[in-house]
Design a protein around this ligand. Structure first.
Ligand code: IMP
Ligand code: MG
Length: 183
């Protein structure tokens, strides 16, 4: 049987570390958004695992919604700039306290285009919660309001993040063996 573990060179963030951090983030968000009209907005597909865990770590009432965006033109692992909404939100954002839930903040280009688009819909607030961040890759002026872990400039998979749509279901964050890319 081919196990995904065989394709991993090394683990960057373990399942236990993720679990502890998500619990911590959920508690912090629950305190910060007490009495607010919180709406969690998950950017698909990468944030699906984090979203499912984070929403259960939040103890105050909140809504959830999903959005699919794509950046035009770039290669597989790079982001170019322009953002297209492939699947829009169902919810009306007016008066809502929106918390965007993301897998990773890399260059930040995708979100730097998406945030102003959401601001136009007159939410009460918009903030960003991301489980991973690669600060050394940043091109746009954007930083997470809630952050799980900083990772080095390496392509990572697992906990929702993919390589060619695979490895999203790994319960930890890791780096693939180099030979996987050359297959
Ligand atoms: P940004 O616009 O460069 O910040 O791109 C962010 C998106 O690129 C993330 O939501 C991921 O889908 C993808 N991405 C960036 N870095 C990685 C990585 O190391 N592994 C998998 N996907 C990544
Ligand atoms: Mg992706």
């Amino acid at each position: 049987m081919h196990s995904m573990d065989q394709d991993i060179d090394h683990i960057l963030v373990s399942e236990e570390q993720l679990k502890a951090k998500v619990t911590e983030l959920g508690a912090q968000i629950s305190r910060d958004y007490q009495g607010k009209d919180l709406l969690l907005v998950s950017i698909l597909k990468g944030s699906v695992v984090f979203m499912a865990d984070l929403m259960r770590a939040i103890t105050i009432p909140c809504g959830i919604d999903f959005m699919v965006v794509s950046s035009y033109g770039g290669a597989n692992t790079e982001s170019t700039g322009l953002v297209k909404i492939v699947k829009d939100l169902d919810a009306d954002l007016s008066g809502k306290d929106v918390l965007i839930v993301e897998d990773i903040l890399d260059t930040g280009i995708t979100l730097s285009h998406l945030l102003p688009m959401l601001q136009l819909r007159r939410p009460n607030s918009v903030r960003l919660c991301t489980i991973l961040s690669k600060p050394s890759r940043r091109k746009a002026q954007i930083e997470p309001d809630y952050l799980g872990f900083e990772v080095p400039d390496e392509f990572v998979v697992g906990y929702g993040l993919d390589y060619n749509e695979l490895y999203r279901n790994l319960p930890y964050v890791g780096v693939l063996k180099p030979e996987i890319y050359t297959k």
